[in-house]
Design a protein around this ligand. Structure first.
Ligand code: PXP
Length: 244
């Protein structure tokens, strides 16, 4: 038997749909409940500086209701640090954040920000939060992550997921595999995520040093079509009943 691999479900895009209309629904808190009922080991949310999807209210409720781990992705900023210390999710993943990006575009430059990150990681650890650093599959980044004393890294799988052809995908898979083995040798917990979907996930899930995958967009997109027919049926039934 290969070692167990955990699934963290990222529910940001349930909140994206809610924020598009400023309604109370769909509620990411309900999505977290459904995800855990369906076997998710943990819930991941990204509280962005521009609050485009997840709100602090979501973090507040989820920090009290999620039964598995709650992983807060956040920028290593003063504002986010204060919020993390207030709600104390079990895990924090530090990510780079760029206001105009559609999603997190690359890994954190751990090598270039060692002094700042040492301070942020130290404060999060003091609050009892397990920290991971979201990095590209580069050995130098992983070496510095270990030197900072964090328990985990998350490998950015975006380049693999977005590869324009099989050759690039194969090269990226090799880079991710080497990085995962290197991190494991250094004693780090190895997580991975970004851009994983129903046809590319198994290549990553086969890399045994990886023990956790964080997946969001593809799950929310699939859920839309698993439930679309029933949602239309329910609405049709309601308006028909109103005429009876
Ligand atoms: N892991 C990290 C660190 C991320 O920033 C994201 C996107 O918020 C994910 C995983 C999930 O990516 P996706 O939504 O493409 O599955």
């Amino acid at each position: 038997m290969r070692p167990v691999i955990e699934l963290g479900v990222n529910i940001d895009h349930v909140a994206t749909l809610r924020q598009a209309r400023g309604t109370a629904y769909p509620d990411p808190v309900q999505a977290a409940f459904c995800a855990e009922e369906a076997g998710a080991d943990g819930i991941t949310i990204h509280l962005r500086e521009d609050r485009r999807h997840i709100q602090e209210r979501d973090l507040e409720i989820l920090s009290r209701t999620v039964r598995g781990w709650l992983n807060l992705e956040m920028a290593a900023s003063h504002e986010m640090l204060t919020i993390a210390e207030r709600w104390r999710p079990s895990n924090c993943c530090l990510v780079p954040e760029n206001r105009r990006e559609l999603t997190t575009e690359g890994g954190l430059d751990v090598v270039g920000q060692q002094v700042h990150l040492r301070d942020v990681c130290g404060r999060l650890a003091q609050a009892g939060i397990a920290v991971s650093l979201f990095v590209d599959p580069e050995l130098a980044q992983i070496d510095v992550a270990q030197a900072l004393g964090v328990p985990a890294i998350e490998l950015h799988t975006g380049k693999f997921a977005d590869a324009p052809n099989v050759q690039v995908a194969t090269d990226e898979l090799l880079r991710i595999t080497r990085a995962a083995l290197h991190a494991q040798t250094l004693g780090l917990r190895v997580n991975a995520g970004h851009g994983l979907h129903y046809t590319n996930v198994q290549a990553i899930a086969r890399i045994t040093p990886i023990v956790e995958l964080n997946i969001g967009h593809s799950i929310v997109a699939r859920a839309l079509f698993s439930g679309f027919s029933a949602a239309v049926r329910d609405m049709k039934q309601l308006i028909t009943q109103a005429r009876q």
